[in-house]
Design a protein. Sequence first.
Length: 417
Amino acid sequence: MRLDEIRAAEAKLLLPTYERNPIHFVGGEGVHLIDEKGERYLDLLSGIGVNALGYGHPAIEKAIAEQSRKLIHISNLYFHEGQAELALRLTKMSGMDRAFFSNSGTEAWEAALKLARAHAGLQCSEGKAIGTKFLALENSFHGRTMGSVATTHKAKYREPFAPVMPGVEFVVFNDVADLKAKFSSDVCGVLIEAIQGEGGIRPVSKEFMAAARDLTLSTGALLICDEIQAGLGRTGKWFGYQHYDVQPDVMTIAKPLAGGLPLGAMLCTEEAARAIHPGMHGTTFGGGPLACAVALAVIETIEEENLLQHVTEVGTYFHGRLDELAEKHAAIVDVRGMGLMLAAELDSADLAKQVAGAMLEQRILINRTSETVLRFLPPFILGKDHVDHAIDALDSILTEHAPQTAGAPTTGGKNVG
Ligand SMILES: *Cc1c(COP(=O)(O)O)cnc(C)c1O
């Protein structure tokens, strides 16, 4: 089928959940996607933070080919070597003790929420007074299933599906006083993205993270970090919270974990894991042999190709070039992020929409999140030449659409704390 036929069929046949851009991709190579006419697009979004090794990486193709000849699925009723090997890697990288594998980000997050409730119940049975409430942050995004959506801040994601899971209160972003005011022994978990993704690439402050850690330790509540977007190397460290001097009790990962195959994981401490017994939680597909084999290949490739260092280097360069643009264009009001998780916030939602559209016309993929924020989540293999190409395009687009040059723009918020 060609693009116009696919569009017409989808418009009639699919639940209208997405407003897709009118492009039909048929292939990819490195940091580029290729459409049905053979046009190449520079991908600065990588499938919303999924395709960390870009397209057509030989390590991924090899892992898929080899494992698919052995076993694709066996259920969680039997052993295969993938989960143990992958858990060994992930626990070493994170300092966590145990893993549960899911198929997606939101399922990993559901596992974390269920673990927190079960852990609170266990502590109660041991004579400790601890409640069932969650504290989440304003601008948070944790997924689309009923529990995840209850902990997601934006009303448009939650309210059409009310009543969602009760017992969630939202804390003003980076407001330590508000966190302290809302925290009590009623709380079983504090939920944090170290660097908020959908919320506009906003890093929490060191003070806020430290306060969340201190408060939860004081009662036995769990500090739960959502690393689904920031985790696995995107910020230049394995996990976003590793830029802070804290160790969470529970964390979730997904997006880049299995090189584009669906796989998520919830990692936790031995203490938190005490709450779970056989039969309490599970999944049919989660942690299957194929997804685990590819995840191992992804992690090994990130190590072998020294990609954490590369992400830091190219990310710092990208950030610097965005700062230069902000000095030139008044329309850029902030540049934020770490590694290759970056954003340029513009002074209007309309402009951000126009700029993202104009970038697409120049065959560069970015997206707009939080209305005014241009978001960059490129593959980890991005080069400085690609950054220069994107910056030149942004420069000329901003000159055309927002010709006012800058006086003294702010570039605050680009570093942690
Ligand atoms: C994408 C994302 C999720 C949800 O992951 P899905 O795989 O889409 O369910 C949850 N939390 C964060 C921080 C995310 O970026």
